[in-house]
Design a binder for this molecule. Structure first.
Ligand code: ARG
Length: 429
């Protein structure tokens, strides 16, 4: 008996894949695998119900802890791609690996996804799966399926689909971000209606401050200032620096707190890996809050040249994250650099939610590479350094440019003298 494992969500694409894997690819048996990276409960219910109606053996794997940890690694790398904090992208290798594990345990010889041939996810899944000996199958892409064809096929076969669960939009949700695309949003000139937002309120005039504690670049605690620390927080323990959370709870907590103030909406044109542009809308309140806080703390503790060089490193990390290639040797090397810099990224940052922004308004660290005494306008001499010591620096600042510009200025003058005997500039009067 031949078996194939299918990345299964219970949506239209993956539902039609179930009979197609038998009819078109000749497998005797299909198993469905849904991986939990923090989707809402309704998505698991839908997957569960659809699997049952299809008579599909269904596996659910909880990968939230692993995924949340990866999200926090991305904070250390200040990771965004064209303004998007990579929720979908970072989740894909985690999902792909979990499905591969089930496939191998269950003696499958094939592994399939329901992605189209247009997007990024096909590439991210297959990068992981093609490391194995399993047959990689992409029915939607390989059979050239359209949504319309799928709907007709589902009706004809009496498949359990309720016209697509997300309504008009194509939605991908996990702990780190919620993405909304498709339908009318495909018009870049179409203003998104309120209904596309589920995690964020429209920003109001209300504000709130929170304090986030970092240890070596990892956020570990949150203090919602002015509120009582929750007395019976089962997963969390209160300390001086707020309430400590494990990564999953920390992200969920911040999504709720920051989302209430309208933090973390992105509406952008995104350049996909294939080169296609796509109009994307995202919500990512926790990601925005943590990324802003982390960068603010780095600003206090890292040296100027570390900050400058780390931007290059962060950008490369983000690109590999976007590509779903987070296990590339390059990423390991980048992370060695990042880890070295993060040893001092310990301290607290106060973030104010205001007007839909999450802005750092205070930061503190025992590793601050900052001397108030030296920087202050109110002190003349600190140690052996006086204000006047800067005079020599000022004399040399821009020295080469002064020389270079004076040489070309002389040359320009000579040319003008040669063409205009009067020695007067023509535009002079
Ligand atoms: N464009 C994003 C990415 O490639 C997210 C796509 C999410 N998919 C969706 N159906 N909403 O990472």
């Amino acid at each position: 008996m031949t078996r194939v494992a299918l990345a299964f969500s219970g949506g239209l694409d993956t539902t039609v894949c179930v009979p197609l894997l038998e009819e078109e690819y000749g497998y005797d048996d299909v198993i469905g695998v849904t991986v939990d990276v923090g989707q809402p409960a309704s998505e698991f219910e839908e997957a569960e119900e659809t699997a049952e109606a299809l008579g599909l053996e269904h596996f659910v794997v909880d990968a939230r802890a692993e995924f949340a940890q990866l999200c926090l690694e991305s904070v250390r790398a200040n990771a965004t791609y064209q303004g998007y904090p990579l929720g979908t992208a970072l989740a894909r290798p985690v999902i792909a690996n979990a499905i591969l594990e089930v496939a191998e345990e269950q003696g499958c010889t094939g592994i399939a996804h329901g992605c189209t041939g247009k997007g990024n996810d096909q590439l991210r899944f297959e990068a992981v799966w093609r490391d194995s000996d399993l047959e990689v199958i992409a029915p939607v892409r390989e059979l050239g399926l359209t949504r319309k064809w799928e709907q007709e096929y589902a009706a004809e076969k009496n498949l359990p689909v309720e016209g697509g669960s997300g309504g008009d939009w194509s939605i991908d949700t996990n702990l780190w971000s919620r993405s909304v695309e498709g339908d009318k949003l495909e018009d870049p000139n179409y203003v998104p209606p309120k209904e596309i937002y589920e995690w964020t309120n429209d920003p109001s005039s209300e504000t709130q401050e929170i304090e986030i504690s970092f240890e070596k670049g990892y956020p570990v605690a949150v203090d919602v200032l002015g509120s009582e620390a929750p007395a019976s927080q089962s997963e969390a323990s209160a300390s001086d620096d707020g309430v400590e959370y494990d990564p999953v709870d920390l992200i969920e907590h911040l999504n709720a707190v920051a989302g209430a103030y309208g933090v973390g909406r992105t509406d952008s044109m995104e350049d996909r890996m294939l080169g296609l542009k796509v109009r994307e809308n995202y919500e990512h309140p926790a990601a925005t809050t943590l990324l802003n806080a982390h960068e603010a703390l780095e600003g206090l503790v890292l040296t100027q040249e570390e900050r400058e060089f780390k931007q290059l490193i962060d950008q490369r990390w983000s690109k590999k994250g976007y590509e779903g290639l987070i296990d590339a040797p390059l990423v390991k090397a980048l992370e060695a650099f990042i880890d070295e810099t993060q040893q001092r990224v310990t301290g607290t940052v106060t973030i104010r939610f205001e007007g839909g922004q999450a802005r750092a308004v205070a930061r503190d660290s025992k590793y601050a590479a900052y001397s108030a005494e030296h920087a202050s306008f109110d002190t003349e001499t600190v140690g052996k350094i006086t204000q006047e010591d800067a005079t020599g620096v000022a004399k040399y600042h821009g020295f080469q440019r002064r020389l270079a510009n004076s040489v070309t200025a002389d040359e320009d003058e000579e040319v003008e003298l040669a063409t205009d005997g009067s020695g007067q500039r023509e535009d002079d009067d």
